[in-house]
Structure formats: structure tokens, C-alpha cells
Design a binder for this molecule. Structure first.
Ligand SMILES: [Zn+2]
Length: 175
């Protein structure tokens, strides 16, 4: 928070270079921790970046993240576009996405206790790299990831078109 969607850049980039990962768990993982500030803004309970913006948050959310992905796979035919659902890769993708959120927010905000509950130290990652660099990195990841994915799906589309043409030709020769 307050720029939750920019975290998606990490998920898109990672899936574009590691296409065996679970893209849904990655996408959800990179943003779900911001339920904490949303909850805070609505109810006034807790903090903007409290105990969920930490290793604890990763531990709390990694199973629900994969579960939501599994639900998406179950009810929408995602296998047509994405790799088949694999529980281990899904959990791994969730953990990576969640940690990326905590790490990037940890660099941006001084109040984040990255290792909570193992350590109460706040600001461990704060200003590790400049504030603007985080936005620059996440924004670039978004653009590069989208380009790589676009190219990947376009090539796959061409390949498919070529193979259906070939099978059409073979079919005609058989007639
Ligand atoms: Zn956050």
C-alpha cells in the first residue's frame, strides 16, 4: 500500500521467465498481504503495515493463496493457457510472491518488521535501495514481463496454426 497493483509487476515478470510457476498464486501472493491495510482503513483495527507485512504474513497466507489458485483452476479452464496445477509449485509460487511483497514494502516503509515473529526489529530492509528505484524496478518488471509473455503466447499461437495447417494437409492427402 498505497500502490498495491505495482507489486503485480514482480509476478508477471517472474512468470514470464519461469513459465512452470503457478501464475495465479504468484499474482495473488504479490498483493494479498495488502488485505492488512485495507482491513485497517475499513475497521481502524491494527496498522497499515503491521504484523502481516512480515514473515508471519507469508506463513499465514501461503496456503490460502494456493487454495484460491486451485479454485480458479478448478472452475475456469486455465490449463489451456497456463501450466497444469501442481500443488508444490503453487505453494512455492505463493511463498515467492508473498515474500516479494514484504521485501519491496520493507524497502519502502520503515515500520516493517521483516522477520516478525522471529525478530521485532523494524526497518531492517528500509532504504536498502532508493525509494524511487523500487517503483522503477517493479514498473520495468511489469513492462518486460508483459512483452515476454505477449511474445511467448504469440509464438505458441503461430506454432499451433502451423501444426493445424500441416494436419489439414495430411488429412487432404489421405482423401
Ligand atoms: Zn503492502
Amino acid at each position: 500500500m498505497p500502490f498495491t497493483p505495482i507489486h503485480l509487476g514482480f509476478a508477471i515478470f517472474l512468470f514470464s521467465v519461469l513459465p512452470f510457476l503457478d501464475p495465479i498464486a504468484l499474482l495473488i501472493g504479490t498483493v494479498i498481504i495488502d488485505l492488512e491495510p485495507i482491513f485497517y482503513l475499513i475497521t481502524g483495527i491494527g496498522q497499515m503495515h503491521g504484523i502481516m507485512h512480515s514473515t508471519l504474513g507469508v506463513l499465514v497466507f501461503f496456503i490460502p493463496t494456493s487454495f484460491i489458485s486451485w479454485l480458479c483452476y478448478r472452475f475456469v479452464k486455465l490449463e489451456k493457457f497456463f501450466p497444469k496445477f501442481n500443488i508444490y509449485l503453487s505453494l512455492l509460487s505463493g511463498i515467492v510472491g508473498l515474500f516479494s511483497h514484504v521485501i519491496f514494502d520493507g524497502i519502502l516503509y520503515s515500520e516493517i518488521m521483516f522477520l516478525y515473529p522471529f525478530s521485532m526489529q523494524a526497518g531492517m530492509l528500509h532504504n536498502m535501495i532508493p525509494y524511487s528505484a523500487v517503483y522503477w524496478i517493479l514498473g520495468s518488471m511489469f513492462i518486460v514481463g508483459m512483452l515476454v509473455l505477449g511474445l511467448r503466447y504469440y509464438l505458441r499461437y503461430l506454432q499451433k496454426k502451423k501444426s493445424t495447417k500441416q494436419s489439414d494437409l495430411i488429412g487432404r492427402e489421405d482423401d
